[in-house]
Design a protein around this ligand. Structure first.
Ligand code: BGC
Length: 768
């Protein structure tokens, strides 16, 4: 029986591989065979030796030079292993030429010719760079977010890539954590919606199309909850917090069909995520019935030794494969020990079979078996990357991501016919900061700078005076040698400030670009201080002394401590690292061509000591007592946010009224409609993100003081009113209860609808 099956499988494979070289026949072959993917996967698996199975579970970094002879021993070994079918995937091999060459080695030398899958960190664009994910999340615009992922996929797939290590959907509540820039902030609901939009953008509804690539939900799980915001640090959350605050975005993207997951560097409650059977097998694969594959994070399997969880590499491999890590990124422990572990009976072959099937399934879905070179189209690479159309969209995306934090004297928008304007700051003409970290093929210094944007926006008669105010310097960092951290703000040299002050004296309005350089956030970029680094604060205060008409253009990857600025400066625009079209997009907002509509996806603190800071916290037994110090606050700082989650202003104003429910009671499986009237009470058209929050007043476990459960971005003309309606149902009201189940508990709920997490209009209902 087995032999017959193998013969059938072999003939299928022979047809398949003959056709790899002949695309026309390919199409007829696939229809002739009319096999579904599962059958194909089983057929291939049936032919594989143990060694070949292990090979599929190995991923190499592309440091190995595919165009020339290997440069050292390990590169030589890499080449040999590629030829022997010892590698299933490569990362960081980018460009049609390089991908084709690597794929060719496998197709021409290995016995089974199973194509490689090529992964790359396409995080916020490929060459056309969009706002960093945290910034783009501030748009709360799911269509825009999906489209930017789609364009990133188009560009990446035109350059040989068929798998991105994105989206990062780690809920993150600590501004000190450098990787907060890669996610969607502090809220699981918003992160879920955005995560799904990104997955659908990257993958479309058919992975076999040329323009789509496999997505990867990362980092599973808890990485954003690192203690003290220190990257890779220990995570201690209870099982309920894990399910209620960390896992929902992962569950949402698993349901939406994300092709792959990446596990995380951190331990969680004593178990490294990479070695967690509970996370990867019980919850993800069995619980959510998800059929994609899990790749480890870079070297994370080997790091289980350093964690003190595995005694050596062999045990690390054993623990990881048992836990459900299907592919080893750069630890080399699967390659070196899996075969042995199976032969010694320590690891059951069924675990490898399961992992390999998952990997093959994704390769089949991508169409790689039909044509291993399908992402290797030189013409596409020349014509579809960094196009005018993509640049136009990048500008649209960037302007929608800007958040107006303050405009107390209506300094904004600025009239384009203004006589004299000063554009000041170390980031004002910096073409690099806006590209941000995780920039894929986005070139250094490739963004439209703020100064360039302002120049093309204002009238011919406007005089623009530009001054740096303080220069960026090469980072002299003895502690972090070998670490990519090229430029930083100088901390001592104030000699450029006087010229900036003179410019400010002369101008009607000062636009001051300050914040963070591109690589100040991202992996390994945690900071204990989150204020303006270097002499930027000195520059700001010196200018403020001579001209109070300041608009701060904040460029940054994390919520910053901007307390002094928020108290003194009349206008502040949160501009994140906005990508290729940054300067044009900011000018659109500065000069009123676009009315800002972004809302913060993270809370901004008064002081770094408040971190982690998030609106959806618990109440505690002593939430507030104005006359007594023994309550949950600080004696030297407010405990609330300087700018809360969901907050953002517009050049117009919105009024909320008539918050209504269609009934005041529902049963657990019923639903309630909540509606509100929103009116544009200002003089110009604008967009508003209408947000709905709930509080479950009493539970078998304590519940957050507020939780976002719905949002809609609407556009209103001056004087126009729209009614926005949300539906509350089981899916939105349930939580992971004391019974360790997702349940709706009977009781009273409050509902707020408004323009931020501080929304005031409130009503209540009861679940029977
Ligand atoms: C990061 C991942 C990334 C991987 C590959 C790791 O250091 O944590 O997010 O996808 O490198 O570049």
């Amino acid at each position: 029986m087995k032999i017959i099956y193998q013969i059938v499988a072999l003939s299928f494979l022979m047809l398949l591989f003959t056709n790899c070289n002949n695309k026309k026949e390919n199409i007829s072959t696939s229809s002739f065979l009319n096999n579904n993917i599962e059958h194909k996967v089983d057929s291939v698996l049936a032919l594989m030796t143990l060694k070949e199975k292990v090979g599929q579970m190995v991923q190499y970094n592309g440091s190995w030079d595919v165009t020339g002879p290997p440069s050292n021993v390990s590169d030589k070994d890499k080449l040999e292993n590629l030829k022997n079918g010892g590698v299933g995937s490569m990362l960081n091999v980018v460009s049609v030429r390089k991908v084709r060459e690597a794929q060719k080695i496998v197709m021409e030398n290995t016995r089974l010719k199973i194509p490689l899958i090529f992964g790359y960190d396409v995080i916020h664009g490929f060459k056309t760079i969009f706002p960093i994910p945290l910034g783009e999340s501030a748009s709360w615009d799911l269509k825009i977010i999906k489209k930017s992922a789609r364009i990133a996929a188009k560009e990446a797939s035109a350059s040989g890539i068929n798998w991105t290590f994105a989206p990062m959907i780690d809920v993150s509540r600590d501004a000190r954590w450098g990787r907060i820039m890669e996610g969607s902030g502090e809220d699981p609901f918003l992160t879920s919606k955005i995560g799904v939009a990104r997955v659908l953008g990257f993958q479309g509804n058919d992975l076999s199309k040329n323009f789509t690539i496999a997505a990867c939900a990362k980092h599973f799980a808890g990485y954003g909850f690192a203690e003290a915001g220190r990257d890779y640090n220990t995570v201690n959350v209870g099982i309920h917090e894990l399910h209620n605050a960390i896992l929902p975005p992962f569950k949402a993207v698993a349901k939406a069909g994300v092709a792959t997951f990446m596990n995380a560097f951190n331990e969680i409650d004593g178990v490294p995520s990479t070695g967690s059977e509970n996370l990867q097998r019980t919850i993800l694969k069995e619980g959510w019935k998800w059929d994609g594959f899990v790749v480890s994070d870079w070297g994370s399997i080997g790091e289980m030794i350093t964690h003190g969880y595995a005694k050596d590499k062999k045990q690390a491999a054993e623990l990881a494969v048992k836990a459900g890590s299907d592919m080893d990124m750069e630890s080399y422990v699967y390659q070196n020990y899996l075969e042995k572990l199976v032969k010694e009976g320590k690891v059951d072959i069924s675990l490898l079979n399961d992992a390999v099937k998952r990997i093959l399934r994704v390769k089949f879905k991508l169409g790689l078996f039909d044509d291993p070179y399908k992402y290797c189209n030189e013409k596409r690479e020349k014509t579809e990357i960094f196009t005018k159309e993509n640049q136009d969209f990048a500008r649209e995306d960037a302007k929608k991501s800007i958040v107006l934090l303050k405009n107390s004297t209506n300094l904004l928008p600025i009239n384009k016919k203004i006589k004299t304007i000063a554009v000041i700051g170390p980031l004002a003409d910096d073409k690099d900061a806006p590209i941000g970290n995780w920039r894929a093929k986005g070139g250094s210094n490739s963004a439209v700078s703020l100064l360039e944007g302002v120049k093309s926006a204002v009238s011919k008669n406007t005089k623009i005076i530009y001054q740096k105010g303080c220069v960026l310097v090469k980072k002299d960092d003895k502690q972090h040698t070998g670490f990519l951290f090229p430029l930083t703000f100088n901390t001592t040299d104030k000699s450029d400030i006087p010229a900036a002050v003179n410019a400010a004296k002369e101008a009607e309005v000062v636009i001051l670009a300050i914040g963070e350089v591109a690589l100040q956030t991202g992996e390994g970029r945690s900071q204990a201080k989150i204020g303006f680094s270097g002499v930027q604060q000195d520059l700001l205060e010196a200018i403020y002394k001579v001209n109070k008409n300041i608009v701060i253009v904040l460029m940054n990857g994390r919520p910053m401590q901007i307390t002094w600025a928020a108290e003194h400066v009349p206008s502040i625009l949160e501009c994140w690292h906005l990508g290729s079209q940054s300067g044009n997009a900011i000018a659109d907002v500065l000069f009123g061509d676009y009315n800002p509509s972004g809302k913060l996806p993270v809370s901004f603190p008064y002081h770094v000591g408040q971190e982690p800071l998030y609106y959806n916290h618990k109440n505690t037994g002593r939430p507030f007592n104005p006359v007594n110090v023994t309550y949950s606050g600080y004696t030297d700082s407010p405990k609330i946010a300087l700018f809360p989650f969901g907050y953002g202003l517009s050049y117009t104003t919105f009024d909320y009224k008539n918050l209504k429910l269609d009934k005041s009671e529902m049963n657990k499986d019923g639903s309630i409609k909540a509606s509100v009237e929103v009116t544009n009470t200002g003089k110009i058209e604008g967009e508003e993100v209408v947000q709905m929050y709930i509080r479950d007043l009493v539970g078998s476990l304590t519940r957050p003081v507020r939780e976002l459960k719905g949002f809609e971005k609407i556009s209103l003309k001056s004087g126009e009113t729209k009614t926005v309606t949300f539906t509350l149902n089981r899916e939105l009201l349930q939580f992971y209860t004391a019974n360790n189940k997702w349940e709706v508990e009977p009781g009273d709920f409050n509902v707020w609808i408004g323009g931020s997490s501080k929304a005031k209009l409130m009503t209540s209902f009861t679940v029977k």
